[in-house]
Design a protein around this ligand. Structure first.
Ligand SMILES: [Fe+2]
Ligand SMILES: [Fe+2]
Ligand SMILES: [Fe+2]
Ligand SMILES: [Fe+2]
Length: 400
């Protein structure tokens, strides 16, 4: 199956940018700006287009494990708040996730060491000479964007950022990086990436190719996406992966070919990626949501579409994933589609999502048994909301 690497990285960066803005209060498009600044510095260093693409890819992914780490801590202590004093674990988890990416070998260590300081005061006490160059570039770009919110830039802010980089030379950053940043990113270049303008500029530097991947590679890649989404809240820490596995299993049950089953896995892994845009107070609320909160919760389905629409090589995966809250009678969301507009796999994802959610525990309920879950789904099928045949197939396939 062919998948556009640049489209995938743009989708992933959009998803990750929501996480960083919630956790750190950084402005939107943070990871895209980090990737773009890295690419400018890499170009100044004479990197080849392939190296630049790999660097931009690693930069987009620098905080891919933030949700996973925070969820792991919150599972033990619900009041846990991320703190800069403990930067090592998300670096380790992020590097482990990077191993699932097809270009990992060329970006080894870039995520693991993206918080190392030149004087050895970072989480793994590496000096600049011991830190891979990609990691050092990501560190500079990440820290300067965190400190100066480069979504809007003035000449004064630019000068202040340069002064800050110079003042931290030899401590946070290797001495050579101040000059590199200054030459690679003159004020007009930084001004160019304000607001949404960074997106087309980043697309220009990301690799424009759609390699053919085998199903094993796609599944491990999809698992990274699923983990990022699932760990947004520890209450849903297996939701997307469970749906990915069950959707692929039902595809096999229906006699679909390997490619289609892999796409079903991918759709399951990606379907709730829009939940990254929903505040945790709503995702983890122990009581029933108010009407206003539920309206916010519902926006995740359209957000999934906004994030995934960049995966232009796999439009069927986008629709299977993003229509999972549509109902046959037109009462679903976000598009209010009706039975005539919903194909078998779109209906399947909807049914699997309901089955998975019913059987899982939530802050306000315990997980239901298979039989109770199926009884509820049969009621929904009788009401004309979901597909009755698929409900019976799920009932038979997953019965004890
Ligand atoms: Fe980080
Ligand atoms: Fe960051
Ligand atoms: Fe959903
Ligand atoms: Fe879901």
């Amino acid at each position: 199956m062919k998948i556009s690497m640049s489209g995938t990285l743009i989708a992933l960066s959009t998803a990750l940018d929501y996480v960083e803005s919630e956790v750190f209060g950084v402005t939107t498009h943070h990871s895209k700006r980090v990737a773009y600044l890295c690419a400018r510095m890499g170009a100044e260093l004479g990197y080849s287009p392939k190296e630049l693409s790999a660097l931009a890819g690693a930069a987009v992914m620098h905080d891919n494990a933030l949700t996973e780490y925070i969820a792991a801590r919150r599972a033990m202590d619900n009041s846990f708040v991320f703190d800069n004093a403990e930067l090592g674990p998300h670096c380790k988890m992020g590097e482990r996730n990077m191993r699932c990416l097809p270009f990992y070998e060329s970006v080894k260590g870039a995520v693991l060491y993206h918080h190392e300081n030149a004087d050895g005061s970072g989480p793994f006490h590496k000096l600049a000479a011991e830190t891979p160059q990609f990691a050092q570039l990501i560190h500079v770009a990440d820290q300067v964007d965190n400190a100066f919110h480069l979504d809007d830039v003035s000449e004064r802010k630019y000068e202040e950022a340069l002064k800050w980089l110079e003042a931290n030379s030899g401590m946070l950053f290797d001495g050579s990086l101040f000059d590199l940043f200054r030459h690679a990113v003159p004020y007009p270049e930084l001004k160019k990436i304000e607001g949404n303008a960074v997106l087309p500029l980043l697309e220009e530097v990301l690799p424009d190719y759609s390699p053919e991947y085998d199903s094993h590679t796609i599944i491990s890649f999809a698992t990274v996406f699923a983990r990022i989404t699932d760990y947004k809240s520890h209450f849903t820490s297996t939701h997307s992966l469970g749906i990915a596995e069950k959707s692929a299993a039902m595809g096999r049950f229906f006699g679909e070919d390997t490619d289609t089953c892999t796409k079903l896995y991918l759709a399951g892994a990606l379907h709730d990626i829009g939940k990254l845009t929903i505040p945790n107070e709503i995702l983890e609320k122990p009581d029933k949501l108010t009407d206003e909160e539920f309206a916010v919760m519902k926006t995740h389905a359209r957000a999934s579409y906004e994030i995934l629409k960049n995966l232009t090589d796999i439009p069927d995966v986008i629709s299977w994933a993003c229509l999972h809250h549509e109902k046959l009678d037109g009462s679903g969301y976000p598009f209010g589609k009706t039975a005539a507009e919903l194909n078998r796999n779109e209906r399947l994802l909807c049914c699997i999502d309901i089955y998975q959610a019913l059987t899982e525990a939530r802050p306000y309920k315990k997980g239901l048994s298979h039989d109770k879950s199926i009884a509820i789904m049969q009621g929904m099928a009788q009401d004309g909301k979901i597909d009755a045949g698929i409900t019976e197939d799920i009932a038979a396939y997953f019965k004890g």
